[in-house]
Design a protein around this ligand. Sequence first.
Ligand code: SF4
Length: 335
Amino acid sequence: MSDSPTTTTPQARFYEKRDDGKIRCRLCPHNCVIADGKVGFCQVRKNEAGELVLPFYGAASALGVDPIEKKPLFHFHPGTPILSVGFLGCFLRCPFCQNYRISQSTVAHTERVSPDDLVSRAQREDSFGIAYTYNEPSIHAEYVLDSAERAADAGLKNVLVTAGYLNEDSAKEIYAAMDAANIDLKGFQEDFYRKELAGGLKEVLRGIEIAYERCHVEVTTLVIPGKNDSDEETREIAKFIAGLDPNIPLHMSAYYPTFNYTTEATSPSHLLSRIEIAREHLNFVYPGNIRAPANTHCPSCGNLLIERSGYRTRVPGVRDGHCSECGAEVPVAGL
Ligand code: SF4
């Protein structure tokens, strides 16, 4: 364990060397060209004498057991706690980031945890898996992949909570190593992604498609008044997800002012009206960050399948993976 970056600086993958001594990182669509001694846009991948190295490999900014519902994942082993680990840095610059102290800075306290330590900790905590979350974990892809391989060997599940802004090759490899992912879809305007978040919509949409082909997927949209909450944009988000599978859960969360945004918070009534629009296309749309029922009902007969109260979960209406009333298959893993 240590509080500072490692001195062994493990080597990165997902990059190319250039003739001028600079490095082009290929992990995310920023494709940063990094000069010797400098770090990329995400602040955690560094050119050291012509090699891309990882000074923050295994530097955990947060480590603890959470309900899986907190990720949020509602259709993946409901009611089960999972060891959750976060790091530092991000490939986006969302001005409303709720975790900006760890995502937009590399000075927060960290604790060095090797992949083997992480798996042992998950086993000690009786966790059914490991969730890589809190900051943007995919910029630590090498550590996530090393840990995921060891976790899978130990019979544990792997979960990624991500903003999903990855290049295709890295996305394919990372999601293939995951059992489940919650991916942010922060709106449906390319301009909003480019100008306000320093990312890109089309790459995130492609990432969701890639993830859906490889693991269980749920999507989260933070609903921000005046930014991404029009009827039309809500429909576009829901239609895109429904085009992959109308059973993909969409979590629509209320925004609160934080970091560089002072826009008024999303009112519960407004959030619920957005959810009603999304439900025109999707079978499972859940509210987040407000006090409102977030239960799962059978799309066929309306039977209460899963009841949630805070982070307490009951499963009154599922028998052997099917609705106890009408017998329809319930698209929830682990029941
Ligand atoms: S992962 Fe980091 S260094 Fe690599 S391209 Fe993206 S922002 Fe740049």
